[in-house]
Design a protein around this ligand. Structure first.
Ligand SMILES: Nc1ncnc2c1ncn2[C@@H]1O[C@H](COP(=O)(O)OP(=O)(O)OP(=O)(O)O)[C@@H](O)[C@H]1O
Ligand SMILES: [Mg+2]
Length: 387
């Protein structure tokens, strides 16, 4: 291949913060981005060439997108795999990752079955459709995490069920068709951002430790503070996951480290992922740039760590939806080792992801604990409230 600049135009289904960071990362490579998103002036719109305002699964709109670009990808699992495949074929524009991979991942039950069939370690899980069925599973597992099969994010669609008496309400809350997973008392959560490029090349970023509260990601810490054998196992599981997936791009592989030092796969995202935002400042090539390189079939960039890094999410600290004004920004801007990212969302809602900051250690020997504590202090100084 001989790559020439200006680069091609990339069509992205979804224009949220991931689309925005894709746009920011590849403008410098001369890659133009057009996004499709239902929210007028979506987060990506100020940093990309154009936005088509339409639902993610609007077939006419996806065809229009395909007619205007050289390659297609998606930054949200609500993209429709059939529509993407048809638009790709009709307009002779490649779509990556493979829509079949998206189809498998969209349904948490189908995804877990596929992983388990491939011999990849996962928590015990079972399909549930009735309250009686769920009661039996709760008794057998001694507690489960009930998960809606489709459409969940940031823990929405997940309900912990610890006694059979809670089964009926929990099933109603997730909307009926669900998957029940053993409720794990894990040591910590970790994640690996994996890459699949041209000619089957795969690469992984250093293992990230992910800190969740109320099932929402709060901080990502790199390198993860796990023991070496666990890190090696996480890398090996991630590499197995990558060989099981079809299509080029970046994949967020969420893992549990159990008390016994086992590594189990929680779920996979076929796109850049919140647990990889630290790569913008903390790795030689960001997950966003590498996603685009992979989708285009370009050479991948190095995934090495520059220095220990921590990303702290800036979530809506409000009780109800209101216009978004972030206060306390001065201290973050004044900190020499912090980078602030604003997602451009007009309204703040309780626990909505509004932005993040990444603190990068001064040298490769920096202590991740110290970096984490600085990132938390800076993040905790930010607020959307005026009191
Ligand atoms: N089986 C389990 N046992 C204990 N905790 C769990 C289990 N499954 C999920 N969790 C907790 O809930 C969080 C969110 O779960 P999951 O990744 O399934 O949901 P999600 O809504 O798709 O998340 P996200 O969009 O943040 O990736 C996990 O990161 C973990 O903290
Ligand atoms: Mg998750």
């Amino acid at each position: 291949m001989s790559i020439t600049l200006p680069g091609p135009t990339l069509g992205v289904v979804g224009g949220g913060q991931l689309g925005r960071m894709i746009g920011e990362s590849v403008a410098r490579l001369g890659v133009e981005v057009v996004v499709l998103d239902p929210t007028p002036d979506c987060p990506a719109s100020p940093v990309v060439s154009d936005q088509i305002v339409a639902d993610f699964d609007d077939a006419d709109a996806v065809h229009e997108l395909a007619s205007r670009v050289d390659a297609l990808t998606f930054e949200i699992e609500l993209a429709d795999p059939d529509v993407l495949a048809e638009a790709s074929a009709e307009h002779d524009v490649p779509v990556q990752p493979d829509p079949d991979t998206l189809r498998t991942i969209q349904d948490k039950l189908v995804q877990k079955e596929a992983l388990s069939d491939a011999g990849i370690p996962v928590p015990e899980f079972v399909a549930v459709a009735t309250a009686e069925g769920l009661e039996r599973v709760v008794e057998e597992f001694g507690g489960v995490m009930l998960k809606a099969r489709e459409g969940g994010y940031d823990g929405r669609g997940n309900v912990p069920v610890e006694s059979p008496a809670e089964a009926e309400d929990a099933l109603e809350e997730v909307g009926g068709n669900a998957m029940a997973e053993e409720l794990l008392d894990f040591e910590r959560e970790i994640a690996v951002m994996g890459l699949k490029g041209a000619d089957g090349e795969t690469r992984t970023y250093p293992v990230t430790e992910t800190v969740h509260r109320e099932e929402i990601l709060r901080e990502s810490v790199v390198p993860a503070r796990s023991d070496d054998p666990v890190i090696a196992e996480a890398e090996s599981v991630a590499t197995d996951v990558l060989s099981f997936l079809d299509g080029r791009g970046v994949y967020g592989i969420e893992l549990f480290e159990t008390r016994e030092g086992e590594v189990l796969v929680n779920e996979i995202a076929p796109r850049p992922h919140n647990s990889g935002h630290w790569t913008i400042e903390g790795a030689r090539t960001s997950q966003f740039e590498n996603h685009v390189r992979a989708v285009l079939g370009w050479p991948l960039g190095p995934t090495d760590l520059v220095a220990p890094a921590v990303t702290a999410n800036v979530l809506g600290d409000v009780d109800e939806t209101q216009p978004a004004t972030l206060r306390g920004v001065d201290d973050v801007l004044a900190a020499p080792d912090a980078a602030l990212h604003w997602y451009g969302k007009d309204d703040v809602r309780p626990l909505r992801k509004m932005g993040h900051l990444t603190v990068t250690g001064e040298s490769p020997e920096a202590d991740p604990d110290a970096v984490l504590s600085e990132a938390r202090t800076l993040r905790d100084g930010l607020t959307f409230t005026d009191s």
